[in-house]
Design a binder for this molecule. Structure first.
Ligand code: GTP
Ligand code: MG
Length: 281
């Protein structure tokens, strides 16, 4: 009996050890792009999601790119923990030209907009979103719309309906959700939704990113090859021109009497009647 107990204890201990030494499942990592017009709250959101306090003296516009890390615990999602690598690109007109360079390598988009602006500005904001989604490497990827500056009386579903955001999302095959970034619980709901979308589509998204990034590299290479090809062509043309100039000069020394290819087939004279019979008159 004592031997049996000892054996059982040994077995239980080894099982416990096996469980305790087993590392927890690794967090799934995703690249998320934060875009939106200037002063729409991107930097603010980046700080809120990463749990960092934004310094008082750091209120200026982003002239380039800012990166943040956000960890979403597994208890919230009932799945492996998720690490979001957030990349914010500045929103002014000059910075908007850089946006497309980040589409291919991103798993998802968080698009910020200022809810307190007038309808015309909001329309411009969503036109910009449509430009970023339609026919680009962001099409088909999850999109979270984050409304900054809570505005009394404006409901998010009204914004979604008035600006045709659902139609835009379905035309680009993008799962889309809209949330308030000023309300902590609503922002959490949005982020949890985004993480669930990312986990559910992980394999397809990774395959897509690999394809798009490889395509980008190949296109860059093709462009450089083409430009070097053009250079070689210029060199060849210069070489040919030199030949054309040199060849008649060499022939001109009299070593060859061959007629040029461009000469007429026969040489003939045309006599005028006056010259033929000058004594007839
Ligand atoms: N009250 C309030 N203020 C906000 C909110 N979001 C941003 N702000 C303020 O608006 C200003 C601009 O916000 P940013 O987060 O820097 O804007 P941004 O989108 O990063 O702008 P760019 O970097 O220029 O593209 C800052 O002073 C913020 O404190 C919000 O939701 N509520
Ligand atoms: Mg910013």
């Amino acid at each position: 009996m004592g031997l049996l107990c000892a054996k059982l204890r040994h077995c239980c201990c080894s099982c416990f050890l096996r469980f305790s030494t087993q590392s927890p499942p690794e967090a799934e990592e995703f690249q998320v792009l934060i875009l939106g017009p200037a002063a729409s709250g991107k930097t603010e959101l980046g700080h809120r999601l990463s749990g960092l306090q934004r310094p008082e003296d750091d209120q200026e516009a982003t002239n380039g790119v800012r990166c943040y890390n956000a960890s979403i615990s597994s208890e919230d999602l009932h799945r492996p923990a998720v690490k979001l690598k957030l990349t914010e690109v500045g929103g002014n007109t000059e910075m908007q030209r850089l946006w497309r360079h980040y589409y291919a390598s991103s798993h998802a988009l968080i698009y910020c907009f200022d809810l307190s602006t007038d309808p015309e500005h909001l329309q411009d904001t969503f036109n910009l979103l449509a430009e970023s989604l339609k026919g680009t490497q962001l099409a088909g990827k999850p999109v979270l719309l984050a409304a900054s500056r809570y505005c009394d009386g404006v409901q998010l579903y009204d914004v979604e309906y008035a600006f045709g955001l659902e139609q835009l999302a379905s035309s680009c095959n993008c799962p889309l959700l809209i949330c308030h970034m000023d309300e902590a619980t609503d922002l959490q709901r949005g982020i949890r939704w985004l993480c669930r979308q990312l986990l559910a589509r992980k394999t397809q998204l990774e395959r897509r990113i690999r394809y798009d990034v490889n395509m980008q590299v190949w296109q860059r290479r093709k462009r450089s090859l083409l430009s070097s090809g053009k250079l070689a062509q210029v060199h060849r043309q210069r070489f040919r021109r030199q030949h054309r100039k040199l060849w008649p000069a060499v022939l001109g020394f009299g070593e060859s009497t061959a007629r040029p290819n461009t000469a007429p087939p026969t040489i003939f004279f045309v006599r005028s009647p006056q010259v033929e019979n000058p004594k007839d008159n």
